[in-house]
Design a binder for this molecule. Structure first.
Ligand SMILES: *Cc1c(COP(=O)(O)O)cnc(C)c1O
Length: 797
């Protein structure tokens, strides 16, 4: 079907006609997308069946990656790239007068995640398949993904997301593989040949139906599976409240919770977590049972990785299966479970640490609660052996305390590997947040610095740069991204550096067109494109960026001679709907944009653009066009970041704190190729534990700061005089928890260095080249290889 262009055209036209009964000219772009998608899926199916067959029959260990979120974005372009047929299809469609890019635009983003955590899971799936590793994704098929964001009068408004409205061509529904998941009810004990056993009775059952999505490896014939579970009513006898039952079952997978690094503690969320874990484990144990006789070898053949604590109920659920259904003893079951499960920690923010009240979990999952309770009893006995009489210490480390279940403690106790996501983050886990656990189980702790797939974020998002790179160093880097280092030899090649600038300019033009299309605003393509795109959060400090913009604005107003180098400040950020402060910052950015963009003294030099609805597809247009990447979180707060890596790989220079993976970027780049400012993590952590920071000192001691803070509350922003009091208070009344005022001076002076450096065109291009050349380490292929070798112990098939 895709062996040559002519054949492709013929099949495409025939299928379009057959499916829609219209001629090509009459079909819509969406019709064309749908038919092309079906053709590609058909093309994938042979390899998909073969890969599944291998997974089923080979005696090699399989890994299942459990994640409550996946943020893959669109599949068409990525699948064409990995199948190696982009060129052929593009040419074939061209002959028919159809633009492939326009068709791609009709695919809805699969936005089944909030931000970094879900995007990481999607990058890992791409790398697992591309490395031919037997690793599969397990998740939830939310009917509505992350909300769509609109701005109304500068305020965020959330609309329900509708990615399934026109169907999802890549999925295959597998109703025969549905599983029943029990909630509520009670546990009864019974005697089985003299042995005390338990069963869950009178449960309300929800049917979990799997939808499989192919995950295509890069030109290697491997096609792994992402299995997404959808909740439906179970076939139950007719009852009075049948409508209520239908609504309540379907509600389980209706919405993705829109909280990023924040835990809400709602019962529906707990249902989602157990639903994912129970459905996944039923299907894995079923597959295992068909293949092997001896359940005692389960952990040798199966690895279960939990992405953060959301799927941590996999631990008690596997215990339940092994004890209640497979008739193992507690000790046997515990040995298998703890050798199966590995856990990634994503944050040390206390508001993100999941805790479930016993009064919520116990009635919903009575047998699971019994098991967690027993795990806690035995674990506290172990602690007692280690710290006899030290009740305080034991209470601090317990899994259940003060009526709450601490999911991270359960994850550490029930797994053989606990990893952080960047060197600094892992060090903070070991020496601070989890030091008690590290002392007890030093061998469990390890680091796996995050990565991003260079296929989507460089090859697909930036074909112009990929082409230039391949011209220079061949295409070995596509399979071995560390070969990007070969680019270092062009460090002094004027012609090459000029072409690098031309590529950036092309991508800036494309982004400028997108900005014009989305906002109606025209931006200056000769200005520095300075970008901060990520979820809106106090610790990410979009506010510090805003303070810099207001500083430049105020200085221009005060000194008419002052002309900054032209710069376009670009933002993209969604705020969790219930996060009051974050929504205020969104309004503030929009207010600053209005102020700046409408002032003709200022807008020739600086402009502020806030793009609505930041998502993967928009991200793919933004990263390649960026020159300055804002990675300015309060040191110690950003576990890793992955946006930082996407920018680096596309030749942007970073202005950032020594936080998360920025530290490792700096290690590789050297001080000259990244702009580092601000407090270090240990300074921040010292302030937080010992005090000694007074934002008032900075407010009174720096006129620039004082002016900007006052502008938040003195009517400087028309029609919003009391709008930003909460932000003002967060800085002064609430002691500026994220050290915005403390880092202000350092940030401003570093921004002046950025501005100066940009004007030395050649030197800037060299720095940009260095960023691209050193970015291979941050490919998720490297990350996933480390997981495979050091945690999962799985091999290429
Ligand atoms: C990469 C990415 C993120 C994570 O960005 P950070 O800057 O690391 O927080 C969030 N959302 C989308 C759409 C992304 O592509």
């Amino acid at each position: 079907m895709f062996s040559d262009k002519e054949q492709f055209k013929e099949v495409f036209l025939r299928k379009l006609e057959m499916t829609y009964g219209k001629s090509v000219e009459e079909t819509s772009k969406r019709d064309q997308f749908h038919v092309l998608g079906m053709m590609v899926r058909e093309y994938i199916s042979k390899d998909w069946i073969k890969s599944a067959e291998k997974a089923r029959t080979s005696k090699s260990k399989q890994v299942y990656y459990l994640s409550i979120e996946y943020l893959p974005g669109r599949f068409l372009g990525n699948n064409l790239l990995n199948l190696g047929i982009t060129g052929l299809i593009k040419d074939g469609l061209n002959d028919l007068g159809i633009d492939l890019a326009e068709i791609e635009d009709h695919e809805a983003d699969a936005g089944l995640g909030n931000g970094g955590l879900g995007r990481l899971a999607a990058c890992f799936l791409d790398s697992l398949a591309s490395l031919s590793l037997p690793g599969h994704g397990c998740g939830i098929r939310y009917k509505h993904g992350l909300f769509e964001q609109k701005f109304v009068d500068g305020f965020q408004v959330e609309l329900p997301e509708q990615w399934l409205r026109h169907g999802f061509v890549w999925e295959v529904r597998k109703p025969d593989l549905a599983e029943e998941i029990p909630f509520w009810g009670t546990v009864e004990s019974y005697s089985d040949g003299g042995r005390l056993k338990f069963r869950h009775i009178d449960a309300v059952k929800v049917l979990a139906v799997p939808y499989d999505v192919p995950v295509v490896g890069y030109q290697n014939k491997t096609v792994n599976t992402l299995r997404l579970w959808s909740a439906e009513p179970s076939p139950v006898p007719w009852q009075k409240d049948i409508m209520k039952y239908k609504r309540e079952t379907e509600a389980v997978t209706e919405f993705l919770y829109p909280n990023d690094t924040h835990d809400e503690g709602k019962i529906l969320r707990l249902k989602q977590q157990y639903f994912l874990v129970a459905a996944t484990l039923k299907s894995i144990v079923g597959t295992f049972r068909k293949k092997y006789k001896d359940i005692h070898r389960f952990h040798e053949m199966v690895g279960l990785h939990i992405n953060d604590t959301h799927p941590v109920l996999a631990i008690p659920e596997l215990m339940r299966i092994l004890i209640d259904e497979e008739n193992l003893t507690w000790d046997e079951a515990w040995k298998i479970t703890t050798q199966c499960i590995s856990y990634t920690n994503h944050t040390t923010l206390s508001e993100a640490l999941e805790k479930w009240p016993v009064r919520i979990l116990a009635p919903l999952l009575p047998r699971i609660y019994m098991i967690i309770h027993e795990i806690n009893e035995r674990y506290c006995q172990e602690l007692w052996q280690e710290y006899p009489g030290n009740w305080n210490h034991i209470e601090q480390m317990a899994i259940i305390a003060h009526g709450e279940i601490r999911m991270a403690h359960l994850a550490i106790a029930g797994s053989f590997s606990v990893n952080g996501v960047a060197k600094l983050h892992t060090e903070i886990l070991k020496t601070r947040e989890m030091q008690n656990f590290y002392k007890l189980y030093p061998d469990k702790f390890n680091n796996k610095t995050n990565g991003i797939t260079h296929r989507r974020w460089l090859m697909k998002a930036n074909p112009e740069l990929s082409g230039l790179i391949t011209e220079a160093i061949g295409d070995g880097w596509k399979k071995s991204p560390e070969e990007l280092e070969m680019l270092n030899q062009f460090d002094n090649d004027e012609a090459f550096l000029r072409r690098l600038r031309e590529v950036k300019r092309t991508k800036k033009h494309q982004l400028a067109d997108r900005i014009h299309k989305n906002t109606g605003l025209k931006v200056n393509v000769d200005s520095i494109f300075d970008v901060q795109v990520k979820r809106l959060h106090a610790y990410k400090r979009q506010l510090l960026n805003v303070f810099h913009i207001l500083y430049v604005y105020n200085r221009m107003k005060e000194d008419k001679q002052y002309k900054p180098y032209p710069r376009t400040f670009i933002f993209g950020a969604k705020a969790s709907p219930g996060y009051y402060y974050a929504k205020k910052v969104i309004k503030l950015i929009n207010s600053v944009a209005e102020k700046v963009n409408s002032d003709c003294e200022v807008n020739k030099y600086i402009q502020v653009i806030f793009l609505e609805n930041y998502n993967v597809s928009l991200a793919e247009e933004i990263f390649p066009a960026t020159e300055v990447s804002e990675q300015i979180s309060t040191a110690s707060k950003e576990a890793s970041g992955t946006g930082n890596m996407k920018f680096m790989m596309n030749g942007a220079l970073t202005i950032g704190t020594l936080d998360g993976a920025n530290v490792e970027m700096e290690e590789r780049l050297g001080r000259d190729n990244i702009f580092i400012f601000g407090l270090h993590a240990d300074q921040v952590l010292n302030y937080l534990s010992n005090g000694g920071y007074s934002p008032y000192d900075y407010y009174h001691g720096d006129e620039r700061i004082q002016l900007i803070c006052n502008q938040l509350i003195n009517g400087f922003f028309p029609n919003s005089s009391d709008q930003f009091e909460a932000i003002f208070d967060s800085l002064l009344t609430e002691n500026d928890q994220f050290f915005v005022l403390r880092d202000f001076a350092s940030y401003i002076s570093t921004q002046r260095k950025v501005e100066a450096a940009y004007q030395d065109e050649k030197s800037w291009s060299k720095k940009s080249l260095k960023n691209i050349a050193m970015s291979g380490f941050f490919s998720s292929d490297r990350t996933v290889k480390e997981y495979a070798d050091e945690i999962w112990k799985i091999q290429t098939i």
